[in-house]
Design a binder for this molecule. Sequence first.
Ligand code: ASC
Length: 149
Amino acid sequence: MLKRYLFGSLGLMMFIFSGVVSSQSVEKAIKYRQGAFAVMGWNFGAIVDMIKGKRPFDQEDFARRAKIISDVSLIPLEGFVANSFEGPTKSKAEIWTNFADFEVKLKQMQEAASHLSTVSLSGDYDASKKAAIKLGKTCKSCHDEYRNK
Ligand code: ASC
């Protein structure tokens, strides 16, 4: 009787504790992916400004930022842990009902970022501009479907 009570409450405590731990790790995962997107957005913003003539075109700086975006584009996927659409996030629940499609879109973004990084090293302004616009489209296609306003 006492044993059953002790093990029962131990089980309950473990259950509650695991809930606390996993909700903490969900928040960490959300922060992790958002941190990566913030780094990408910061650098892509500067690239877009160069393309729009709001900032002087500096090929070396453009290529440096494109490489950062390409490298960091490999980070966010891991942060989309199971059903992490609750909490401080704009992620829609649809990500987890269409995860294969979400992953395809994310990979298209990674490929466009890698392409931008390669092209920007050549110093070809027109090709770099075209590659940056293409990358922006891959960001947008995912946001349109999977990000809340
Ligand atoms: C950015 C940024 C986005 C994308 C998107 C492109 O710089 O923060 O979310 O570009 O606006 O369409």
